[in-house]
Design a protein around this ligand. Sequence first.
Ligand code: SF4
Length: 103
Amino acid sequence: MAEATKLMVWIDQDLCTGDGICEEIAPDVFHGRDDGLWVVKEEASIFGKSIIFDGEAAPDGARGVARVPDDQVDIVVEAAEECPGECIMIEPYDEAIVADRGV
Ligand code: SF4
């Protein structure tokens, strides 16, 4: 289980084109919502609790920031580079952001 993570990621849904490339590249981190837009998630197998930042159980957009598993940094960066909407935002890990998510 990942106890530390260096990066976090979120998606600006206003720019998402809904093609799903991100989930094809990194299925543990990206998740397709019912409305055809993509959001980020944390898997219980990695972080001990499953959270989908879909705007329902957890916030989406800039407040729906998921921790990136350390061993998946490369594919998350690849997904951001391949994202046609240029809407995958990667940030340094910040404990205050995790506290602000409210989940
Ligand atoms: S790759 Fe980018 S534009 Fe495509 S679904 Fe994922 S976040 Fe949306």
